[in-house]
Design a protein around this ligand. Structure first.
Ligand SMILES: [Zn+2]
Length: 156
């Protein structure tokens, strides 16, 4: 049997097509209706949901990686996909973030170490790519948010 010792694990997105895993420049992938300009996240591929549009063509767009907290909560239970099961489950904070440019509300986990006590509505946060979980040979990545003006220890 081949040994994996000494080899870096493969880093893969936990959900395909929702975000870039380039950790130096993380961003979410949305789609923009080529007729009316409505932006969707996750990407819309069938038809535009704008009742006055009905276009079926979209282009993939990079969404802004900053936003303001619109709402937040504590996940004290195991959430549904794409928040893949982590065993044992560790509670974490979830934020609903209004993206700076698109004004879209996007849900995301907050980085480890930040609790709901550290958050408030209107706080500016930025997107980061972080480990969701790992198995023997892969690290599964997901987007998370962290406060822009958070403590230094959170800005590794
Ligand atoms: Zn449209």
């Amino acid at each position: 049997m081949l040994s994996q010792v000494g080899l870096a694990k493969i880093r893969v997105p936990a959900v395909e097509g929702w975000f870039s895993i380039d950790e130096s420049e993380p961003y979410l992938l949305g789609s923009k209706c080529t007729k009316c300009g409505t932006i969707y996240f996750p990407q819309e591929g069938t038809f535009c949901k704008n009742p006055r549009c009905r276009s079926e063509t979209f282009e993939q767009v990079r969404l802004s990686n900053r936003g303001k907290i619109w709402s937040y909560t504590d996940a004290q239970y195991q959430p549904p996909p794409p928040y893949v099961a982590v065993d044992p489950f560790e509670p974490f904070a979830i934020v609903a973030v209004e993206l700076i440019q698109e004004k879209l509300i996007v849900l995301g986990q907050v980085v480890r170490g930040v609790t709901v006590d550290d958050l408030r509505v209107g706080m500016e946060v930025e997107l980061t790519i972080d480990t969701l979980y790992e198995d023997e040979d892969k690290v599964y990545l997901v987007w998370k948010f962290r406060p822009v003006n958070g403590p230094e220890t959170l800005r590794r």
